[in-house]
Design a binder for this molecule. Sequence first.
Ligand code: UDP
Ligand code: MG
Length: 132
Amino acid sequence: MEKTLIIVKPDAVEKNLIGSILNFFETKNFEIIQLEMMALSDEMLNEHYHHLTDKPFFPEIVEFMQSLPVVVATLQADNAVEKVRNLVGVTDPSEAEEGTLRKIHGTDVMHNVIHASDSVDNARAEIKRFFG
Ligand code: UDP
Ligand code: MG
């Protein structure tokens, strides 16, 4: 069994999609093994998006991710990291495949509904970051 981390982003919280997104994964046989609603600190976001801190749009990402509390969850399944990334879709919702969460609910490249870990190593680090 593999673990991965998702974050239901503020745009999805705003649109009352928390339950729907968790249900989407539960019906696909992912087990929710950790779950918490939390406000993300500057420090958490600097670590979580360390690969983007030098981008001109980084302050906007921080503002967006702090605009409402988010829902952070650890999901467990065989091959969970890759499966969840595939169900989430690519970063830009307009380029995401039909049926993916970002295609269905996303607005634009920033407001794309959900974060999902992109590798097993990053999943481990992210689960530790958010759940200790
Ligand atoms: N992002 C953005 N503009 C970009 C690239 C990324 O606003 O050009 C935001 C977007 O919310 C994305 C997050 O930064 O989900 C993290 O970017 P990453 O490249 O890691 O994409 P992801 O792994 O979320 O698909
Ligand atoms: Mg990423």
